[in-house]
Design a protein around this ligand. Structure first.
Ligand code: SAH
Length: 365
């Protein structure tokens, strides 16, 4: 069933879950209510996790009744929750149009981390990523991106805890720039979850114009670039968008990227057996990254049916890491979390649930 065949949604009532504070103020004023109530409502939704107007007890009854009649607060709905033996928890969330996405909670890495999606599917089609196999179905709205954090924080009882957000779920955040940035502003608001941009990491294949725009953002997350290759040809084959925005251009943008003190760009590098895992690859990587303030996160491939690459043997991974470390690069090897529930990197895919309600209704006829 789609999430809200609710008459308010059907009638197109404005959704406060899609609004930042200024927009919420305007929505209230439009209904002739004082703007300051927006701050109370914002804090109910984000700080207290309350989306039922009736429970917003510091608002007058009359106001609550009016809001409930004319406005709504949409939230992604949890349809499934699976916990891995390592504590990683994968949430299957349903959106108002019936589309489904996945968000993942990764405990203690060392902080608590929410891995959030920015699109339904993905257009980038990286050769080793299952989400890419879905193709892009649609962008998530700002409310749907921020809503994942809101819902996970509530479900896990972590609303008042400090947590990190990684935009490493389904989708390419820089291919959905405006909604992603708006979501970060909504999450940053001090009346709500007050998530500092220092706790957010945006991971991207490097959509160049958007990357250059990101460099000018007042509210700037940490940056992770999915590099995965050391030559243009190799990257063209693994990360098709490289044919448009090449490796050298991405590295040039990274070199110019404004970094706060002590901050570094992360380069992610998926290790694929016999493809990009040789000592020569490692040495080329050292040369490419030589003059960039960065760290390298090696991600041994998470294998999956439908992916034609293999994970290198451990000795190969260690050797690769050692070459980088000996050359003075900071390097870490990503521990795979939640593999038993298919919640690890590149394993997020929603199958058989991607029909629109209309298509599903048609299928039932
Ligand atoms: N679109 C963004 C965020 C998505 S995924 C990006 O590409 O950066 C986060 C990381 O997981 C990316 O570096 C991605 O390349 C990597 N990844 C994808 N499939 C993987 C797989 N099967 N095994 C390991 N890592 C994978």
């Amino acid at each position: 069933m789609p999430n809200v065949p609710n008459s308010l949604a059907a009638r197109g009532a404005p959704d406060l879950g899609e609004m930042d504070l200024a927009e919420m103020e305007a929505a209230l004023q439009q209904r002739s209510h004082p703007a300051f109530h927006a701050r109370q409502i914002y804090s109910w939704i984000y700080a207290k996790g309350v989306t039922d107007f009736d429970q917003m007890t510091d608002l007058s009854r009359a106001l609550r009744a009016d809001l409930a009649q004319h406005l709504r607060i949409g939230s992604p709905k949890v349809v499934q929750r699976e916990t891995s033996t390592d504590g990683t928890t994968k949430f299957l969330l349903e959106l108002e149009d019936g589309r489904r996405i996945e968000s993942v909670f990764i405990p203690d890495t060392p902080a608590q981390t929410f891995c959030v999606s920015t699109q339904v599917g993905c257009a980038m089609k990286c050769g080793f990523c299952l989400t890419g196999k879905m193709g892009l179905i649609r962008n998530l709205s700002a409310g749907e991106i921020a809503g994942q954090v809101r819902v996970l924080a509530s479900e896990l009882g972590l609303r008042t805890a400090k947590f990190n957000i990684v935009l490493m779920g389904m989708g390419e955040p820089l291919h959905n720039y405006d909604n992603t940035m708006k979501a970060l502003r909504m999450l940053n608001d001090e009346r709500g979850l007050a998530v500092s941009p220092r706790r957010v990491t945006l991971s991207t294949v490097g959509v160049l114009p958007a990357l250059e725009r990101l460099a000018t953002e007042p509210l700037m997350p940490n940056l992770a670039i999915s590099l995965h290759a050391t030559t243009e040809d190799q990257r063209d084959a693994l990360v098709p968008v490289n044919r448009k925005y090449g490796l050298q251009d991405i590295l040039e943008a990274a070199r110019k990227f404004p970094l706060k003190r002590r901050n570094r760009i992360t380069f992610e590098y998926v290790l694929l057996r016999g493809v990009n895992d040789t000592p020569e690859d490692a040495r080329r990587l050292v040369r490419l990254l030589g003059n960039i303030r960065c760290k390298v996160n090696l991600i041994p491939l998470n294998e999956a049916a439908g992916i034609s690459f293999e994970r290198p043997p451990d000795a190969r991974i260690d050797k690769f890491a050692e070459i980088l470390a000996n050359a003075g690069l900071r390097v870490s090897v990503r521990k795979s979390r939640g593999r038993d529930i298919r919640a690890a990197c590149g394993q997020l895919i929603v199958e058989g649930a991607q029909k629109s309600p209309a298509q599903r209704a048609a299928a039932l006829l």
